[in-house]
Design a protein around this ligand. Structure first.
Ligand code: 5GP
Length: 124
């Protein structure tokens, strides 16, 4: 069975899309820890990041770097990276625009308008 992230990539489940290329896909986390919290995933469905082949790993990290720099440029905040992977068995990197109130595991409640507003700012 496909992971929830594969369903998002295929458009079977909606998301707030930030970026896509031939090997990677990025969208806003539905339970953001800070405004702009983004997930970057490889299109190839592999559970753990360290199981990706080198090409997919390098493509993933190139997108992580590119979106992090853009996030910092647009929001003026340092971008944090987080790799957990205990909830969804499809490799992904969390990108978090740092803010002083951030706490690991504490989620914000955003309206659809707020999600869309930050999506438009961060989309590449
Ligand atoms: P992890 O596996 O790294 O612990 O966390 C998985 C992340 O995926 C969580 O932060 C969770 O909020 C996010 N997530 C799970 N299901 C969905 C979904 O259907 N849509 C989006 N946008 N994010 C999701």
């Amino acid at each position: 069975m496909s992971s929830i992230f594969t369903k998002i990539i295929k458009g079977e489940i909606p998301c707030y899309k930030i970026y896509e290329d031939d090997k990677t896909f990025a969208f806003l986390d539905i339970n953001p820890e800070t405004k702009g919290h983004t997930l970057v995933v490889p299109k190839n469905e592999v559970d753990k990041i360290y199981e990706l082949d080198d090409e997919d790993y390098e493509a993933l990290m190139r997108t992580v770097k590119k979106l992090s720099k853009n996030m910092e440029k647009v929001l003026g905040r340092r971008t944090l990276w987080k790799v957990i992977g205990t909830d969804v068995p499809h490799a992904h990197v969390h990108l978090l625009p740092y803010d002083e109130t951030w706490e690991h595991g504490r989620n914000l409640k955003l309206t659809e308008e707020e999600f869309e507003e930050i999506r438009q700012k961060l989309a590449l």
